[in-house]
Design a protein around this ligand. Structure first.
Ligand code: G3H
Length: 254
C-alpha cells in the first residue's frame, strides 16, 4: 500500500537520497517547526514505512524525544508485530517521562500489538554504576536484544536544545561549547563534521553498532534541525530519513 502511494515529493526525495547517500527518503508536506500536524505526518510516515519492512520475530530499538513519541502516537496494529519486540535503544538520557524511550516503547507495543521490554537504569550513570549494572543478568538480557536489533528508529536533535531540555549541567554544556556540538542522536553529541564531542554515559546501543542493523530510520523535520541533520549524516550511520518539505529544501541548499 505504502509503496504504491505516489509522493508529491518524489524528485526532492531522490535528490536528498543522492546528497546524503541514503537508501530511502520520505518527505511529508510542511514544516514541523510551525505546525504540530506536520510532526504527526512524520510519525504516520514512519509507521507506514515500518509496516513495510517489519518481519516476524524482530527487535525494534527506539530512542526517546518528541518525534519518536509522535511515531508511537501514530502506531497502528502491524500484522507481523505480534511476534516482534520494541526495546529502548539506550538507557535514560534525562528526558521527561513521556519523552523517554521506555515509555515510547511501551506505547508502540500497545498500539502496534507487539511486545516490549524496558531498560531500567538510572540516568545519568556514574562510572562505577555503569560497570556493575552491565553485569546484572536482567540488564544483560535486554542489552543482548538491543544489540541484535535489525530495525532502529531514532530522531536527531539540535545539540543545545537537547542538552538544555535534559537539564545538562554547566560542566556538560561547557564541554559541548568547547566541542562546537551541533547535533544529538542516541545521547551522542556531534560537531559539524559529524565527530562525537560528548556522549551521555548510559548502557545500550553504541553509535558504531548501527552498522549491524538492517534499517536505521531517522525521523527529523523542521528547518531548526537542518544543521543537526547535516552534522549527524556526516557519520552516515542511518540509511533512511523521514523528514519534512521545509527541512528537505534547506538540506538541498546546504
Ligand atoms: O532524542 C531526542 C532527539 O534527538 C530529538 O528530540 O524529537 O524531541 O526533537 P525531538
Amino acid at each position: 500500500e505504502f509503496m504504491n502511494e505516489i509522493s508529491e515529493f518524489r524528485v526532492l526525495e531522490s535528490q536528498i537520497k543522492d546528497k546524503l547517500q541514503l537508501e530511502h527518503v520520505i518527505i511529508v508536506a510542511g514544516n514541523s517547526d510551525n505546525q504540530p500536524s506536520v510532526k504527526q505526518e512524520l510519525g504516520k510516515a514512519c509507521v507506514q514505512f515500518l509496516s513495510t519492512i517489519i518481519t516476524s520475530e524482530q527487535t525494534i530499538a527506539v530512542t526517546g524525544g518528541t518525534s519518536m513519541a509522535e511515531v508511537a502516537n501514530q502506531m497502528k496494529p502491524i500484522e507481523h508485530a505480534a511476534s516482534c519486540t520494541f526495546v529502548p535503544a539506550r538507557g535514560g538520557l534525562g528526558e521527561q517521562v513521556e519523552n523517554q524511550a521506555n515509555s515510547i516503547c511501551a506505547q508502540m507495543a500497545k498500539k502496534g500489538k507487539g511486545n516490549y521490554r524496558m531498560l531500567y537504569v538510572p540516568d545519568p550513570l556514574s562510572e562505577e554504576t555503569y560497570h556493575s549494572i552491565i553485569e546484572e543478568p536482567a540488564i544483560k538480557d535486554i542489552l543482548e536484544l538491543i544489540h541484535d536489533a535489525k530495525i532502529v528508529l531514532h530522531s536527531i536533535g539540535d545539540a543545545f536544545t537537547m542538552a538544555k531540555r535534559r537539564k545538562a549541567s554547566e560542566q556538560v554544556l561547557n564541554e559541548l561549547r568547547r566541542g562546537n556540538a551541533v547535533s544529538e542522536a542516541f545521547g551522542y553529541y556531534l560537531n559539524e563534521q559529524g565527530e562525537v564531542v560528548y556522549k551521555v554515559r548510559t548502557v545500550g546501543m553504541q553509535l558504531e553498532e548501527l552498522e549491524k542493523a538492517q534499517y536505521v530510520v531517522a525521523v527529523a523535520g523542521g528547518t531548526s534541525k537542518v544543521k543537526a541533520i547535516q552534522s549527524y549524516f556526516k557519520q552516515g550511520k542511518s540509511n533512511v530519513l523521514i523528514t519534512d518539505e521545509a527541512a528537505a529544501q534547506e538540506l538541498l541548499k546546504g
